[in-house]
Ligand binder design. Structure first.
Ligand code: ZN
Length: 388
């Protein structure tokens, strides 16, 4: 995916002198006494402190500066049919604003009514207020299927190419396909393998990636065989049960396809069974991580009952609670998130040539991802939106 040429870049040269800078060369480590130079929205120098720098220096003595966060699975538009909305534009913009304040500098919106696409240029063009966004627009689904209230309906495999052409003309950044039913509706496949292959082939021909919503093992397996780019949820749900499938998990690991974790909200857990189920979900992700599955992080905020204020840190805390090492979670949210967007080295990293998407936190996130509960300072594309 490209970085939009329409983005207004931060202007001039700025230096940042924080308490620590989180570097990833070759491994994540907190470097103290480092300065970061930003020119026109890009990181141009990362250097150990030279006291004689007298240019414009932002002093952040109490902050660790780390890369801005990436949410690969959000819905800026609250989940309701498009005919039913009272505030068609303010809602998504307001949500986007909350996300940036929480430290999310890049967000992938995986499914929304078409009119949300008209707000994308506003979002991308305003780094002082909003995160950078990539939008899937209307998802591809089947009649009465998951997301059919806002999606393009595939009646017949012959419809796939015309629908893809429509999506391309709509100007989407990627394609979302509802490969299975929703988690609350059993998660069984909605598309045959041949249809999925046709969707992927046709999207890739236009240079568009495919993000596939999939719950059941059979649905996940078809997505792997069809060669989608990311598999959303990957919950191994069969009907109302979680059923681990070792063969499909192995095939997911071998494929290298990114599985996007989306959390279940613990506030919904009322009974011992609910709590046990959450532990089981965590166990599955711990297992997927141990098997070498490429994991990135999403939230499903806007559709699930997650809050825009803290959904991503909540997702990361869930993975930490599952026993996945903190450093692997940071990799998931930064490197894997960037890689899934085709922006490796451009976002999710503090290095020369990367976009100046930086956030300040007061505790070292290498110790715990809870550090992101308190984001004190935010910059996107070299433009500051929060903090002194
Ligand atoms: Zn979703």
């Amino acid at each position: 995916m490209r970085l939009g040429p329409h983005e207004r870049k931060g202007e001039g040269t700025t230096w940042i002198r924080p308490k620590g800078v989180l570097l990833d060369d070759p491994d994540w480590h907190m470097a103290t006494n480092y300065l970061v130079q930003i020119e026109n929205g890009t990181i141009t120098t990362v250097v150990s402190d030279e006291k004689n720098i007298k240019d414009d220096v932002i002093e952040l003595r109490d902050d660790y500066v780390v890369p801005g966060l990436v949410d690969l699975h959000a819905h800026l538009e609250p989940g309701q049919p498009s005919g039913n909305r009272s505030t068609p534009v303010q809602g998504p913009l307001h949500h986007a604003e909350i996300l940036l304040q929480a430290g999310i500098t890049t967000v992938r919106d995986v499914g929304s009514p078409m009119d949300l696409l008209t707000t994308r240029d506003v979002l991308n063009g305003s780094p002082s207020r909003y995160p950078r966004v990539y939008m899937a627009g209307r998802p591809m689904t089947v009649a009465h299927g998951h997301g059919s209230d806002i999606g393009y309906i595939v009646q017949d495999p012959k419809n796939i190419t015309p629908i893809m052409d429509k999506l391309r003309r709509d100007g989407v950044d990627l394609v979302k396909v509802m490969a299975t039913a929703g988690g609350a509706h059993g998660g069984q496949p909605q598309f045959g393998l041949e249809s999925l292959k046709r969707i992927v082939g046709s999207a890739h021909k236009f240079g568009l990636q495919v993000a596939a919503h999939a719950h059941s093992s059979e649905g996940i397996q078809r997505c792997i065989l069809a060669g989608v780019d990311t598999i959303e949820h990957a919950s191994f749900k069969e009907g109302s049960e979680l059923v681990w499938n070792q063969a499909v998990a192995e095939s997911l690991a071998r494929s290298g396809i990114t599985a996007v974790f989306t959390p279940v909200n613990h506030r919904k857990a009322k009974t011992n069974n609910d709590v046990q189920r959450m532990r089981d979900i965590e166990g599955q992700w711990r297992h997927l991580h141990a098997m070498g599955v490429t994991i990135a992080v999403g939230t499903d905020v806007g559709v699930s009952v997650m809050r825009f204020e803290d959904s991503l840190v909540y997702a990361m805390e869930t993975l930490e609670h599952a026993g996945i090492p903190t450093i692997a979670i940071l990799n998931a949210v930064w490197h894997k998130g960037a890689r899934a967007l085709g922006l490796e080295g451009k976002i999710g990293s503090i290095r020369v040539g990367a976009r100046a998407d930086l956030i300040g936190v007061q505790t070292d996130p290498l110790v715990t991802v809870r550090a992101f509960r308190h984001v004190t300072w935010v910059m996107r594309d070299g433009v500051k939106s929060k903090g002194d």
